[in-house]
Every structure is written in structure tokens, then in C-alpha cells.
Ligand binder design. Structure first.
Ligand code: TRP
Length: 348
């Protein structure tokens, strides 16, 4: 494609308002739904904004070297987002590895990124600290260049589409700041081409508690999968930790994991009503049954859709392929401009 044509095409496209990546590193659970999927599904339906959501499968190479698991998690996450109602026609939903322009940009950015900046990345520092605590001779033991350069790939994900706002968890704020630094460096050295992205941390889409009361997370193994069977959902909910108060004793909703999970899904009125019954005295069995019924009603229809998608991954491939086409319509002409600016271009 000619640059002139590409430039024209990009100018008539809407710029990207929101962009976020989902690393396929585990089975989707209720915490992922409340923290990431639900807000994204809402935004994806908004006709006034252009949002990009992608499966960051290249990021998943860093921690997981089991190809079968990668494929399985990628499938599960794609199916979960679609089944929970992502409006993939209105937004752009794609797989990172389908956009070769991103990895090409990552190299260009790598050559502008100070090593010292990467030395300060939390994930890398934590890995070094762990080695030091174990008193290994080499503080970089088992740390790959993938882990070290992780923030550069993430910057490429964002800058490739000049995304303005990046919805992320608190742990990712530093990476967005690094993306800003790297973008500013490119703008200064070559040509002003990149918007400086901003992290968007939604305090209201709070952290969901897990079975043991700590944050629901894959690493704590305290999560409830989004798409288990009805039977599994019930038995997981029955495992949520409560205290030893008797069935008729008044209970405090504000310190109760069970209640906090209910509250994350229910309307305000429903939550207030359950809170009142807590104070009057509700048995743990009845409260658990209530949560189960609430979640099961919410998940019944998506569960069927999820199963259909998992049984027919070709349907997901089609959705992802059309997302990749939309994303590349933006990325290819933009990368051509970036390459030109950096002097990677033909000599004629
Ligand atoms: N690193 C993010 C995470 O682990 C996932 C991710 C990859 C991402 N690329 C991104 C998030 C770009 C926002 C923007 O959660």
C-alpha cells in the first residue's frame, strides 16, 4: 500500500478512545468479569466511542511455555468475552499475534528505550528481588529478555493505534507511564506521531473477593470460574469462607466475603435488601443459596453461548479475523509512516 494512500485512509478513521489487552494466562473467573470484562462489554456497546480489545498472546509467552495451555486459555478467554456480550461489531476485538505490525513497532521502540527505564519495571524488580532472597549467585537467574522487555511490547500495543485511554488494573499503571516515556522519545527523536496514552483505573469496578476473602485471583487458587457447570458453581459458592455465627444471629454484611460478592453483581436495592436480612439474622446456608441463584440466573444464557463457541472455535476465528482486518487497516498505513519517519524506507 502506498504511504500517501495509507495516510489518507488513516486520517479519515476515528482515533482509538480505549484500548486494553487481556493476557491468556488462565481460565476466566468471576473476578475477571467484574474487573475487566463487564466494564469492557459496556464500553463496547457505546456508539460514540471506538474501543479496541485484544488477546495479548505474545505477552503470554513470557510466563507460560506450554503451547496447549496457551491455545486453551486463548480460546476460553475469547469465548468468555463474546459470551458475556462484547459487541464485536461496534468495537475492534482481535488477537495480538494477528497484527504483525505490533511486533515490528516493538523493535523500533526497543531501540529508543533506555535500559535503565526497564530496570525500574516492577515485574522485573520483583523477579530480581526473589532471586536475591534465595541468595542465588546470579540476580538475573531465569529472567528472560521477554520479561525484561515486556513494557516495550505493551507500549507497541498501545502506540500502534494511538490509543488515548488504557483501562488497566493498578499494577499496570507503571507500564502506561513507560509507554508515555517511549512515545515522547520517538516524538522527540524522529517525528511527532504518537499521542501520549493515559491509564484509566476504574476505582468503582472494584476488586472481587475470592473464596478465602483475599482478592479473587488465579495465583491464590481462590477463584470461581465464570463458566463451570451449574453444579460446580453451587459447590464453589458453598466453599466461601464464613464465620461461626448461628443461623438466627445478626450478621455484619460489611465484613462478609459472601455479601461482597453478591454486592458486586446485584443492584443497589437488592444489596440493601440482603444487608437488612443479614442484620436481622439469615443462615449462612440461605445466604449462599441466594448468591448461587443470583449468579446462576445471570450466567445461564451466557453459559450456553460459551459452550457453543468452545465447540465451534471456527466461529471465534471468524470474529477475530474480522477484528484483525479492522485493526490492520489502521496499523499498516500508520506503521508505514512510522518507518518512513525512522528512515526505514526504500531508496527511490
Ligand atoms: N499487561 C497487561 C496485563 O497483564 C495486558 C496487556 C498487554 C495490556 N498489552 C496491553 C493492557 C496493552 C493494556 C494495554 O494485564
Amino acid at each position: 500500500m502506498k504511504t500517501a494512500h495509507g495516510r489518507k485512509e488513516r486520517l479519515i478513521m476515528k482515533s482509538v478512545d480505549f484500548l486494553t489487552g487481556i493476557t491468556p494466562s488462565g481460565t476466566p473467573h468471576l473476578g475477571n468479569y467484574v474487573g475487566a470484562i463487564r466494564p469492557a462489554v459496556e464500553t463496547s456497546k457505546n456508539k460514540d466511542v471506538l474501543s479496541y480489545y485484544f488477546l495479548s498472546d505474545y505477552h503470554s509467552l513470557i510466563k507460560n511455555q506450554d503451547p496447549k495451555k496457551r491455545v486453551q486459555f486463548t480460546k476460553e478467554i475469547a469465548a468468555a468475552w463474546i459470551a458475556m456480550g462484547l459487541d464485536y461489531d461496534n468495537c475492534v476485538f482481535y488477537r495480538q499475534s494477528d497484527i504483525p505490525e505490533i511486533t515490528e513497532l516493538a523493535w523500533i521502540l526497543t531501540c529508543l528505550t533506555a535500559k535503565g527505564l526497564m530496570n525500574r519495571a516492577h515485574a522485573y524488580k520483583a523477579a530480581v528481588q526473589e532471586n536475591e532472597e534465595k541468595e542465588y549467585n546470579d540476580p538475573d537467574k531465569a529472567i528472560t529478555m521477554g520479561l525484561f522487555c515486556y513494557p516495550v511490547l505493551m507500549a507497541a500495543d498501545i502506540l500502534m493505534f494511538n490509543a488515548k485511554k488504557v483501562p488497566v488494573g493498578k499494577d499496570q499503571i507503571q507500564h502506561i507511564e513507560m509507554a508515555r516515556d517511549i512515545a515522547a522519545r520517538f516524538n522527540h527523536v524522529y517525528k511527532k506521531m504518537f499521542v501520549l496514552p493515559e491509564a484509566l483505573v476504574d476505582e468503582s469496578s472494584a476488586v472481587l473477593a475470592g473464596l478465602d476473602g483475599r482478592k479473587m485471583s488465579k495465583s491464590y487458587e481462590n477463584y470461581i470460574p465464570l463458566f463451570g457447570t451449574e453444579k460446580q458453581l453451587r459447590s464453589m459458592i458453598m466453599k466461601i469462607k464464613t464465620n461461626s455465627l448461628g443461623p438466627d444471629e445478626p450478621k455484619d454484611p460489611d465484613t462478609c466475603t459472601l455479601f461482597s460478592i453478591y454486592q458486586a453483581f446485584a443492584t443497589k436495592e437488592e444489596a440493601n435488601d440482603l444487608a437488612r436480612r443479614y442484620r436481622e439474622g439469615i443462615s449462612w446456608g440461605a445466604a449462599k443459596q441466594e448468591l448461587f441463584e443470583y449468579l446462576n440466573a445471570l450466567l445461564e444464557t451466557p453459559r450456553k453461548r460459551y459452550q457453543e463457541l468452545m465447540d465451534n472455535p471456527g466461529d471465534m476465528e471468524q470474529i477475530l479475523a474480522s477484528g484483525a482486518e479492522k485493526a490492520r487497516n489502521y496499523a499498516a498505513p500508520f506503521l508505514a509512516e512510522i518507518r518512513r519517519a525512522a528512515g526505514i524506507r526504500n531508496l527511490g
